[in-house]
Design a protein around this ligand. Structure first.
Ligand code: KIV
Length: 268
């Protein structure tokens, strides 16, 4: 999946499917399932590392997990999510940090809207790095995880940032937690694809957090997320069964054990 393929999908009115992954097994399965884009999201912080905010995850952790995803994915596009420290504290460092994602095998990077976003995107694009923008709810800086752009003025600001990011060279845009009417307006106006999360069905594509749709984590589930499987009880059940088997001496049984030949036992 190339940048051109993603752009073509919008032209051909084919939906773009994006899913987050942070490790080798889930990334392989997402790729096998045929998703178009695997995003190594900074949601790594809350979903996998047990941190309370995406702001707490840094380049070191993001690169470590991205390397595992890159090893797994054979077909999909891989997008590395720039953590807060990579560009919001020092915009001039954005290009160097983005290059680190590209050097380990990402095809593009994503960054959230912030005050200096347009000039940062411009610098990244000039350096040859494909950029996915992110507007609406931007968890790295949001004080309140609520729907953005419900009133006309706030909606106009989001529309304006979307236009700016397209003008500065973003190849696509995540729209997070905005009313579906606003998402439709942005999607209709922009030439680049929009990928929604909590932005309704009118976007050019959708993204969700893999662990949420698998029902693995017991964290707060936003209204827009949908559980396609409920794996947590299955996993706990398997772990309980294993615990009981070990405690009762039922595991490992003979089929799961190795043997020595009788003559070797004698010599021993
Ligand atoms: O980190 C993440 O999971 C994201 C998605 C919500 C788009 O940025």
């Amino acid at each position: 999946m190339t940048i051109q393929d993603v752009l073509n999908k919008k032209k051909q009115q084919q939906k773009i499917v994006m899913l987050t992954a942070y490790d080798y097994p889930i990334a392989s399965l997402a790729d096998e399932a045929g998703v178009d884009i695997v995003l190594v999201g900074d949601s790594l912080a809350n979903v996998v590392l047990g941190l309370s905010s995406t702001k707490e995850v840094g380049m070191k952790e993001m690169l470590h997990h991205t390397k595992a995803v890159v090893r797994a994915v054979k077909k999909a596009m891989i997008v590395g999510d720039m953590p807060f420290e990579a560009y919001q504290t020092r915009p001039q460092a954005a290009v160097d940090n983005a290059k680190q994602f590209m050097d380990i095998g990402c095809h593009a990077i994503k960054l959230e809207w912030f005050d200096q976003c347009p000039s940062t995107v411009e610098a990244l694009v000039k350096a040859g790095i494909p950029v996915m923008g992110h507007v609406g709810l931007t968890p790295q800086t949001a004080t309140d995880m609520k729907v953005q752009g419900r009133d006309a003025n706030a909606a106009k600001r989001i529309l304006e940032s979307a236009r700016l990011l397209q003008d500065k060279g973003c190849f696509s845009l995540v729209l997070e937690c905005i009313p579906k009417e606003l998402a439709v307006k942005i999607t209709e106006e922009l030439k680049i694809p929009t990928i929604g999360i909590g932005a309704g069905v009118g976007c050019d594509g959708q993204v969700l957090v893999s662990y949420d749709i698998l029902g693995i984590v017991s964290r707060y589930q936003p209204k827009f997320s949908k559980k396609y499987a409920d794996l947590a009880p299955l996993i706990v059940g398997a772990f309980k069964q294993y615990t009981e088997d070990v405690q009762k001496g039922n595991f490992p049984d003979d089929p799961h054990s190795f043997h020595m030949a009788p003559q070797e036992i004698q010599k021993l």
